[in-house]
Design a protein around this ligand. Structure first.
Ligand code: NAD
Ligand code: ZN
Ligand code: ZN
Length: 345
């Protein structure tokens, strides 16, 4: 095995990533080493590289939490994965396994949770060290590049849709039809929900329509809230906000039907005001949702393996990461860019 690997590194917040050689880590007891085949580029990686959030990673660090690859080394005591398995290293890199949240299958809010590409080095590298208890098991028949967006964008929106409590036949409004949103539209339809798509980009809305969204609303139109309420007969039963824009949050709450649920998933830095009278008098639930549990992950991957959900991907080499970040920041990525390590030895 070679001793060095290429990786894209955040050396300082707000600066372009540096491509440089790193020593390949070795799997210690209880760890595995994954040889990366593909890694999706999520808007969260951009927030990480800018240091947008109150809990910050410590540079230098390697972003990436949609990394998929083959297990090439297993540390002492590891039995749950084997050499040659295809796994994904998701945002939930590990959790404690013992706290009240872990015990109740809410490991996504474990206070000891570590984050891939944030508090642990992630998938913008040729090799990734991982915790075998928390890796995603990639089903046969799903290629690495197809699986990559599912292990963050897919599981997050699948879980978020479940958290809206919307029932088959009811309306969900999906705000932001980028990497997360274009998968949300497909999960929603596969779950029997009717979809309204909201974005600021008409190209993204046309894409949502092609994927089966029945109602399209441009968030910058003259009366987006009124248009959505008219089309759905009073608002969406469930709203899923994936847009990395605070404006989308006020709008999303206002688009929620009486007694409906608005699920917040997008993570622009900052706060937004809740109109108390409307939320209280209409019995609206506003709820955060963060990635998904390992069970949600297996379910989200199964939808992809059976072809009900398919990410639209654009392949790029690791060396293109700064140009990809620039386009993502300016809304110029149609759906999801996946870094393809496949052509490298
Ligand atoms: P993306 O850049 O691929 O897509 C964002 C989409 O939102 C784009 O289509 C853009 O045109 C649209 N948009 C921008 N402003 C809008 C507005 N005002 N109204 C409606 N649409 C608008 O980003 P992504 O990778 O899908 O990530 C989206 C957000 O979700 C990021 O903030 C990311 O950090 C967050 N995220 C959260 C979780 C979680 O677990 N909660 C997981 C993954 C990503
Ligand atoms: Zn992500
Ligand atoms: Zn825990």
């Amino acid at each position: 095995m070679p001793h060095m690997m290429q990786a894209a590194v955040v050396e300082a917040f707000g600066q372009p990533l540096t491509l440089r050689a790193f020593e390949i880590p070795t799997a210690g007891p209880g760890q595995i080493l994954v040889k990366t085949e593909a890694c999706g580029v999520c808007h969260t990686d951009l927030h990480a590289a800018r240091g947008d959030w109150p809990v910050k990673p410590a540079p230098p660090f390697i972003p990436g939490h949609e990394g998929i690859g083959i297990v090439v080394e297993v540390g002492a005591g590891v039995e749950v994965v084997k050499l040659g398995d295809r796994v994904g290293v998701p945002w939930m890199y590990s959790a404690c396994g013992h706290c009240e949240y872990c015990l109740s299958a809410w490991e996504t809010v474990c206070p000891e949770m570590q984050f891939a590409g944030y508090t642990r080095n992630g998938g913008f590298a040729e090799y990734i060290l991982a915790d075998p208890d928390y890796v995603a098991r990639i089903p046969d028949g799903l290629s690495a590049v197809e699986a990559a967006p599912i292990i963050c964008a897919g599981v997050t929106t699948y879980k978020g849709l479940k958290e809206t409590d919307a029932k088959p036949g009811e309306w969900v409004a999906i705000s932001g039809v980028g990497g997360l949103g274009h998968l949300a539209v497909q999960y929603a339809i596969a779950m029997g929900l009717r979809v309204c798509a909201i974005d600021v980009d008409d190209g993204k809305l046309a894409h949502a329509s092609a994927l089966g969204a029945e109602v399209l609303v441009n968030a910058r139109g003259a009366d987006p809230i009124g248009d959505l309420k008219t089309a759905t007969g009073g608002g969406a039963h469930g709203v899923l906000i994936t847009a990395p824009s605070l404006a989308a949050f006020n709008q999303g709450v206002a688009m929620t039907r009486r007694h409906g649920t608005c699920v917040l998933v997008g993570l622009p830095p900052g706060e937004f005001p809740l109109p108390l009278f409307d939320v209280v008098a209409n019995c609206i639930t506003v709820r955060g949702s963060f990635v998904g549990t390992r069970k949600d992950m297996a379910e989200a991957l199964a939808f992809a393996a059976t072809g009900k959900v398919k990410a639209d991907i654009e392949l790029q080499p690791l060396s293109a990461i700064n140009a990809v970040f620039d386009r993502l920041e300016h809304g110029q990525v149609p759906s999801r860019v996946v870094l393809d390590f496949g052509s490298q030895s």
